[in-house]
Design a protein around this ligand. Structure first.
Ligand code: CP
Ligand code: NVA
Length: 308
């Protein structure tokens, strides 16, 4: 049984296999209605539980639609609908769900909740975002980069702003796919040392810089995300805004990257904060391709988990 918990803990060859399968499933669907099932019907007869302790548009819809395209069925549970954190242990929840469904995807707060679920489940568990990482997103991002620019290996990726969960998964991916990362942001918002160490241990070059212009110089890809994540207190909004304004991705900053540098954002975007409309809607933005590729890559992740 295989869980998909993180990019760094998944075999690099398997990650490449997931991307290849995602691409071939995407190509095979060209021109078909969204609701049409894939010829493989790889998840026929399978039930997938989608658990959300935080809001979601992309993760929820893409996993639900992806499961149905593969001929499977879903049960979506969110917030107060589930007993998680209301007295029942995560271990018991894992044991119970394993009697009903074939696969569990969870979006939660603490990484430990995900890990505990995986430890006690007898069916595969997929990480749909925790406070620390967002691996499905970054798999879609690597797929998107390669669709537009070819192999990501050896490329320079500049992350601007909060060194958050999505940034952490980029660092994991840097180690596995062999690209360079430069993170630019205020010193107290740089990613946890463990993520940097892991990427470097796998041979990736990681730079940390408080100078956004220097950081994006020579970048093949510029990425940002919300200044405040779902696990952050809304009370810090104003201080974050002041702190992160210099790292806003606008046309002026993009002009310092390579002329064909792509721009990514996992969405939802706070237009005019971490990125301007000009960049989000500009010719180098691939934000909606990233969103679409969540669907294809997660279908491949579910198939990998179940060896189908
Ligand atoms: N990017 C992403 O995970 O979006 P949602 O929060 O809408 O799922
Ligand atoms: N960093 C964001 C990503 C949302 C998809 C958050 O955790 O809220």
């Amino acid at each position: 049984m295989r869980h998909f918990l993180d990019i760094h803990s998944t075999d690099a060859g398997d990650l490449r296999g997931i991307l290849d399968q995602a691409k071939s499933m995407k190509d095979a669907r060209a021109g078909r209605p969204r609701g049409a099932e894939d010829d493989t019907r790889a998840l026929a007869g399978r039930m997938v539980a989608l658990l959300f302790e935080k809001p979601s548009t992309r993760t929820r819809v893409s996993f639900d639609v992806g499961t149905r395209q593969l001929g499977g069925r879903t049960i979506v549970l969110s917030g107060s609908e589930i007993q998680l954190g209301h007295g029942e242990t995560i271990a018991d929840t894992a044991r119970v769900l394993s009697r009903y469904v074939d696969l569990v995807m969870i979006r939660t707060f603490e990484e430990e909740s995900l890990l505990e679920l995986a430890r006690h489940a007898t069916v595969p568990v997929i990480n749909g975002l925790t406070n620390r990482t967002h691996p499905c997103q970054v798999m879609a991002d690597v797929m998107t980069f390669e669709e537009h620019r070819g192999p990501i290996s050896g490329k320079r990726v500049a992350w601007a702003g909060d060194g958050n969960n999505v940034c952490a998964s980029f660092l994991h991916a840097a180690g596995q796919f062999g690209f360079e990362v430069v993170v630019t942001g205020p010193e107290d918002l740089i990613p946890e040392a463990e993520f940097v160490k892991l990427a470097r241990a796998k041979g990736a070059s990681v730079e940390l810089s408080s100078d956004p212009v220097k950081a994006v110089r020579g970048a093949d890809l510029v990425v940002t995300d919300a200044w405040i994540s779902m696990h952050d207190s809304p009370a810090i909004k104003e201080s974050r805004r002041r702190q992160l304004q210099p790292y806003q991705v606008n046309a002026e900053l993009m002009a310092h990257a390579k002329s064909d540098a792509l721009f990514m954002h996992c969405l939802p975007a706070h237009r005019g904060e971490e990125a301007t409309d000009e960049v989000l809607d500009g010719p180098n933005s691939v934000v909606f391709d990233e969103a679409e590729n969540r669907l294809h890559v997660q279908k491949a992740i579910m198939r990998w988990c179940l060896d189908l």
